[in-house]
Design a protein around this ligand. Structure first.
Ligand code: PLP
Length: 360
């Protein structure tokens, strides 16, 4: 597949074939996956397997709960402060490093007081701070950041140690794309439609210590303890999205060989594309400054809306899709999630080179 969309993004061909069959009828039950009850033994086993894969891939200890939620990462922008920003702590701190972290920060502001620990907006969201060097109140409820800014194509280096306050990361666009030290985090969340399959489910990994801070009186569905207590089956979960997530994490473990392997592949893809774009630096501008270039989303432009459009047309004629930049930044963007193959990136690179040569 030549799908470079930022989300929902590409799926591995082998998984797609399995999903196609499962929509017709699951081999285990003879019933379409779309008609499977969330109370069935089949689905309980799928939920169990999904959690086991996430735990295995991240090496999670029992200190962490894994939960499958709905409402997307946007609902977490609201529920994170509702659950943790209590009067027992100083206001939570937010890193504003791009479009999505700005959305998270604004949403926290609707819930209660929060503090902006760093703001890159005036500099155009082209660089990132060093998390460990931020001046964060040690009494703050938590520090929130977005590990990979999907729109601007900026990616943080992994924190080298646990922060002085619980670190909460929206990893929607780089979750399970490389190994991480999960124990450096108080909470990690990521929606599925980038590296984990279909839209509809959001994975949350939560240090159980944080659960003890949740105030009473939240609506049950917004209280993080509810889905954990009910094995992510308190109300009807997104059965299909969780099924696809299970297949993808199985594929990551068995076909790819784990997160070190996928990191190696992802680094190779990104290095190849950036090298080609750097070769074309007279004609192309990459949005992110070099040290913060994302391995997942490459935002760039030929500097002229007509040229960007011409490239899109050329790429589309060759079967590529999803290369249009986000409406807030425009330009072009290639997303290189786990399911995008090195071969697909090679075709994109060849097309870029030919396009540039024709115009030189
Ligand atoms: N966070 C990040 C990093 C994103 O890239 C996006 C959307 O692409 C969101 C949050 C919003 O996610 P959702 O549409 O699941 O609410």
């Amino acid at each position: 597949t030549l799908n470079f969309s930022a989300g929902p993004g590409a799926l591995p061909a082998a998984v797609l074939a399995q999903v196609r069959d499962a929509i017709a009828a699951l081999p285990e039950t003879g019933v379409s996956v779309l008609g499977m009850s969330h109370r069935s033994d089949w689905f309980l086993a799928i939920l169990d397997e999904a959690e086991r894969h996430v735990r295995h891939l991240l090496g999670l200890s029992d200190r962490y709960a894994v939960s499958f939620l709905q409402g997307g990462s946007s609902l977490l922008f609201a529920t994170v402060p509702m659950n943790y920003a209590t009067p027992a702590f100083a206001a939570p701190e937010y890193v504003v490093s791009g479009y999505w972290s700005a959305r998270a920060s604004a949403e926290a502001g609707r819930v209660g007081p929060h503090r902006i620990a760093w703001d890159g907006q005036r500099a155009g969201f082209r660089e990132l701070p060093v998390l460990e060097q931020l001046d964060v109140d040690p009494r703050a409820a938590y520090l929130h950041y977005v590990s990979n800014e999907t729109i601007e194509g900026l990616q943080f280096a992994l924190p080298a140690r646990p922060a002085s306050v619980p670190l909460i990361a929206d990893m929607s666009s780089d979750f399970l794309s490389k190994p991480i030290d999960a124990w450096h985090f108080g909470m990690i969340y990521a929606h599925a439609q980038k590296n984990l399959g279909a839209a509809g489910v959001t994975v949350a990994v939560i240090d159980r210590e944080l659960l003890t801070r949740i105030p009473g009186g939240l609506p049950h569905i917004l209280d993080f303890r509810t889905q954990i207590a009910h094995g992510s089956n308190y109300n009807t979960p997104p059965v299909f999205a969780i099924y696809v997530l299970t297949l993808i994490t199985r594929w990551l473990r068995d076909d790819i060989g784990g997160l070190e392997q996928v990191q190696r592949i992802n680094e190779g893809k990104a290095a190849r594309l950036y090298a080609v774009l750097d070769e074309m630096s007279d004609a192309v501008t990459i949005h992110a400054k070099r040290p913060w270039r994302s391995q997942m989303n490459v935002a760039f432009t030929f500097g002229d809306a007509r040229l960007d459009r011409a490239f899109l047309d050329t790429a589309e004629a060759r079967g590529m899709s999803g290369l249009e930049g986000h409406r807030s930044l425009r330009g072009l963007r290639a997303s290189l999630y786990n399911a995008v193959t090195p071969q697909a990136v090679e075709i994109l690179c060849e097309t870029l080179i030919e396009f540039a040569l024709q115009r030189a």
